[in-house]
Write a protein that binds this ligand. Structure first.
Ligand code: HEC
Length: 151
């Protein structure tokens, strides 16, 4: 009996708090959340970019730490593109909501690319890192072309 209710509790917790059911106070809060997540991801991504572009010396440990962060951060923004958050202080195009499958695929493409980026970072090989960084940047750019307003 006790075990049963515990299982029910765990199931309820998973249902209410899983990433797919992220909860936001309102549309503005969702916009703020996703822009914040994208900004933080961008920051850690740029630290790898600086190495790949030779602006700072290559450091395998720094690359790995930041790539691991990018993997985690790249999972966050997408559930915050909730219904109704197409209006407000956002640069998201209406296509995010009118072509949800395409948007989801673009988000998945990025997440797959970041996993490969982290794998490349683990090898400690700067060339592998550069290749994976290029593929990840393509995933950023491609989604921005389709789903982010130019400004
Ligand atoms: C699946 C689509 C998609 C992918 C992939 C994507 N972005 Fe974006 N990005 C967006 C959209 C849409 C916005 C606009 C969000 C808004 O204003 O509500 C955005 C906004 C941003 C912003 C501005 C945040 C702000 O404060 O307004 C940055 C920085 C950014 N992206 C960086 C990146 C980087 C770096 C990558 C790749 C590592 C990336 N994005 C990959 C869709 C994407």
């Amino acid at each position: 009996m006790r075990l049963c209710s515990l299982a029910a509790l765990v199931a309820a917790a998973l249902l209410c708090c899983g990433p797919a059911a992220a909860q936001f106070k309102n549309a503005d809060a969702a916009i703020e959340y996703r822009q914040g997540a994208l900004t933080v991801m961008d920051n850690h991504y740029d630290r790898i970019g600086a190495m790949v572009k030779g602006k700072v010396p290559f450091d395998a440990h720094v690359a790995q730490v930041n790539a691991d962060l990018v993997v985690t951060l790249a999972r966050l923004p997408w559930s915050a593109f909730v219904e109704g958050s197409d209006k407000g202080d956002t640069n998201a195009k209406p296509e995010v909501w009118s072509q949800p499958d395409k948007f989801k695929a673009a988000a998945q493409r990025l997440q797959d690319a970041t996993v490969k980026l982290a794998e490349a970072a683990k090898t400690g090989n700067p060339d592998a890192l550069k290749t994976a960084f290029g593929a990840t940047s393509d995933a950023c750019r491609s989604c921005h072309d389709d789903f982010r307003k130019k400004h």
